[in-house]
Design a protein. Sequence first.
Length: 242
Amino acid sequence: MTANPPLIEVEGLGKSFTLHLRGGLELPVVKGVGFAVHPGECVALGGRSGIGKSSILKAVFGNYAIDAGHIFIRDGERRIDLAQAGPRAVIALRKRVIGYVSQFLRVIPRVGARDVVAAAARESGAAEEEARATAERLLERLNLPERLWSLPPSTFSGGEQQRVNIARGLAGRHSILLLDEPTASLDAQNSAAVVELIAERKRGGAAILGIFHDAPVREALADRVIDITAFAAERRAAGAPA
């Protein structure tokens, strides 16, 4: 697993937030974070809620700017530092390299579930017919009834929306997958289906970085856990929340 170079390398990452509604207070979150994720490896971010796990995941996706350090993403033979990359480079990496499954589904209101998933496959390079077939295969494996495929996910239950969200995140050909509690709001049967799909991507060589509060899911997928407690920044700002 470690013979190939890592697809994700985080070095000395530091992140804080400025609370503008509190007079510009600085709220440190994490400092000195460092780890790597290799092809075919799943790394879980551990630690209590609020310690900075989601902030790290969003930084690796390029949603959050960081205050210090580097986030290197491997794109073929290139090694790109997200901390220095411009918006176009970040967007290109998301299309080709980095897939992301968040806890919330945000889509165009009237687009059907199958089209939502197929669009993600097309963005990463699949032809129209292949994208549609990929969408249908994923929705079927995630136990979403075929009668719902043409309907907009905004009409679905929370669990159904999450399965569409997962299908969209897995539809591309991304070599890196970021997962933020992918089995949240799912029952045991559907959680098992999600675990198997993620495990298949892992066996296929994807580098996976995730947050898994569901202990059985974490134990089934993660090769190792990085405890973010060791990198939590001291809340030095007076009056800043703990």
